[in-house]
Design a protein around this ligand. Structure first.
Ligand SMILES: N[C@@H](CCC(=O)N[C@@H](CS)C(=O)NCC(=O)O)C(=O)O
Length: 139
């Protein structure tokens, strides 16, 4: 088994994307479930910038930020690549990844907002963008 540890939260869509990538490639790893309010020493020491999960630790070396982790996994274990090789296809994938990341941020802000009027506006906007994703990516 590779010396591979994935620190994450079961409810995090970022962590789930790492789990799907590792599963697709058939790579065994140790899952380390983090507690948002009591993060492990390893997460606090290794993820100096944001102290956020997911974080992958391969042979003692930490990698942070979910897309960087996916790219690292893909380069290190090339079987069943989830990312395109063709540069144009790759650019398209990156575009939709960014688009859905922005959407996740907007959904988070919606949950935190107390302004009823703004919430309605934000909800409409999010629904419009979700429809774009549905039409363009799920056909
Ligand atoms: N930009 C980061 C986002 C990761 C992120 O937002 N993680 C959240 C969980 S979904 C987190 O660790 N939150 C705990 C905190 O901010 O203290 C990535 O690409 O991995």
């Amino acid at each position: 088994m590779a010396d591979l540890k994935l620190h994450g939260f079961w409810y995090s869509s970022f962590t789930v994307r790492e789990k799907w990538t590792l599963k697709l490639k058939g790579i065994p790893y140790e899952n380390i479930e983090e507690d948002r309010f009591n993060k492990s020493l390893q997460l606090l020491e290794y993820n100096l910038g944001y102290k956020r999960a997911p974080m992958l630790v391969h042979a003692g070396k930490p990698i942070c930020e979910y897309m960087l982790i996916i790219e690292y996994i893909d380069k290190t274990w090339p079987q069943n690549p989830p990312l395109a090789i063709d540069p144009y296809e790759k650019a398209l994938i990156r575009f939709w990844v960014k688009y859905s990341d922005d959407l996740s941020t907007a959904v988070g802000a919606l949950f935190r907002s107390n302004n009823v009027e703004e919430r309605e506006n934000d909800k409409d906007n999010i629904c419009k963008h979700l429809k774009v994703v549905e039409d363009q990516c799920l056909k």
